[in-house]
Design a protein around this ligand. Structure first.
Ligand SMILES: Cc1ncc(COP(=O)(O)O)c(C=O)c1O
Length: 461
């Protein structure tokens, strides 16, 4: 694993760090580290999950999200095998969740992390076993907490004093004991973009370890009979390529386990290290395989526990992007091309920041290819932009594409399975795209395309 440079600041215009240094040797090539499992070209067109994207576009329209189900499942299995039976893998549903996805997670033996009442509702509607659900959130409403306790969710990660009181009251009124973890802010700056690094002190999540708030939260939970403290939780950020951050956070959180043992007389059995494992959005990204991450995390926690004289706790992790991201692809149709003389060609597609906000929000980088055919034309430097009324409506900041690209061509953007459909909006009254699962040449609609009538139905006046 190598350290990953922090992203450029939000709002940068064409930072040099994003300019491709060299024209790719073959514009039609598909780097297997970026494209879904089994992606290939047949008859020139991109084929994912055994389906020709031209057929998918004809049947489901564009833009469309395509999810390669075997890729998603394979990543579940890889994480399961890597962490072993004595660890819990909570798929972070915020990355992408539908009822079908919840069932895939269940069938692959993973648990589920939900962070709102909405995600909980989908999981329960899919029949996901409540005792394998963990509920997150820094501002869970009373209704959300009550729904979770009533459903019998296995764990609730408490995030504030007010919530501890609310939860204890709800569990008490329902006559149950709710298992909880305390979310600890360990003061680690993960090597990632500021907006997705979540364990430094000055942010909204968790109880500060440094100030003593986390120890106090543990003390409060232990005093309340309707909540049972089973462990600590820490999540240091997302798209992390480097275990250095986990090393520091595990050190600090295990120290807190030892302090809780010494000061409060309780040895907590569980430790949840959160998610954040990075994926390859572009060929230069070099994520470690789950087996390496698992080995390193286990070794770090074992070392820390040994030096504090603690038994090894049951580990939990919460990968979202690393499971859902790589198997997803977005298909767009090219609408217009505009040559901005001497700089680049702007290629406008029929979606944009409403289906992928990550480029505007985090300055994220993506890989795009001409998907409906191959081309031997020379490369041109492009910027793939959407159809929204916003100059920052950029899907791919810098991309080399063949210079015979024309309206009607299909483009595919790789690694859009996580945090794209789940972060989609209706900006400019653009209906959200459908999500199509593909397996062995068979497409299956998971989410249908929204229509303007769906949106109009909300308009009550
Ligand atoms: C608490 C928590 N767990 C897990 C995740 C999943 O992160 P990732 O999808 O990067 O693995 C997040 C992401 O924001 C999170 O906040």
């Amino acid at each position: 694993m190598r350290a990953h440079p922090a992203g450029a600041l939000h709002g940068d215009v064409a930072p040099l760090s994003h300019a491709p240094l060299r024209v790719p040797a073959d514009l039609n090539a598909l780097d297997p580290s970026v494209w879904p499992l089994g992606a290939e070209r047949r008859d020139g067109a991109l084929v994912v999950g055994g389906c020709d994207v031209r057929d998918l576009a004809a049947e489901f329209g564009t833009p469309a999200f395509v999810v390669v189900e075997p890729d998603f499942r394979e990543r579940c299995r890889a994480h399961r095998a890597a962490f072993g039976e004595d660890a819990d893998i909570y798929y972070a549903g915020k990355a992408f969740l539908t009822r079908a996805v919840a069932r895939w997670i269940d069938e692959e033996g993973l648990s589920l992390d939900v962070s709102t009442g909405g995600e909980l509702h989908i999981a329960l509607a899919a029949g996901f076993p409540a005792d394998r659900i963990l509920l997150h959130g820094n501002n869970k409403s009373v209704d959300e907490l009550r729904a979770a306790v009533t459903a019998g969710v296995g764990r609730i990660v408490v995030d504030s004093d007010i919530e501890i009181a609310r939860l204890a009251h709800i569990a008490d009124a329902l006559g149950v004991t709710q298992r909880v973890l305390v979310r600890v802010t360990v003061g680690v700056e993960a090597h990632t973009h500021e907006f997705i690094a979540t364990a430094h002190e000055d942010q909204k999540f968790g109880f500060s370890l440094a100030s003593g708030a986390a120890l106090e939260a543990a003390r409060r939970v232990l005093m309340l009979p309707s909540v049972e403290l089973v462990g600590l939780h820490s999540h240091i950020g997302s798209q992390i390529f480097d275990t250095a951050g986990f090393d520091v956070s595990a050190h600090r959180v295990v120290q807190l386990l030892a302090t809780i043992r010494d000061a409060l007389g309780v040895t907590l059995p569980e430790l949840d290290l959160g998610g954040g494992f990075g994926i390859a959005y572009v060929s230069d990204d070099d994520p470690a395989p789950p087996a390496d991450i698992a080995k390193q995390l286990r070794a770090i926690v074992a070392r820390e526990c040994e030096s504090s004289g603690l038994p090894m706790p049951r580990l939990a992790v919460e990968p979202g992007r690393a499971i859902a991201g790589p198997g997803g692809v977005t298909l767009y149709e090219v609408g217009t091309l505009k040559d901005v003389d001497g700089i680049r060609t702007y290629v406008s597609v029929d979606g944009g920041m409403s289906d992928n906000i990550r480029t505007a929000l985090y300055d994220a980088n993506y890989t795009v290819t001409l998907a409906s055919r191959t081309s031997d034309a020379p490369a041109m430097l492009t910027r793939i932009v959407g159809k929204h009324c916003e100059a920052g409506d950029i899907v791919v900041r810098d991309a080399w594409l063949p210079d015979d690209l024309a309206p009607g061509d299909l483009l595919a953007v790789a690694a859009t399975g996580a945090y794209c459909r789940s972060m989609a909006s209706n900006y400019n009254t653009v209906p959200k795209p459908p999500v199509v699962a593909v397996t062995n040449g068979e497409p299956r609609l998971l989410l249908r395309r929204e229509t303007v009538d769906d949106l109009l139905a909300l308009d009550m006046a």
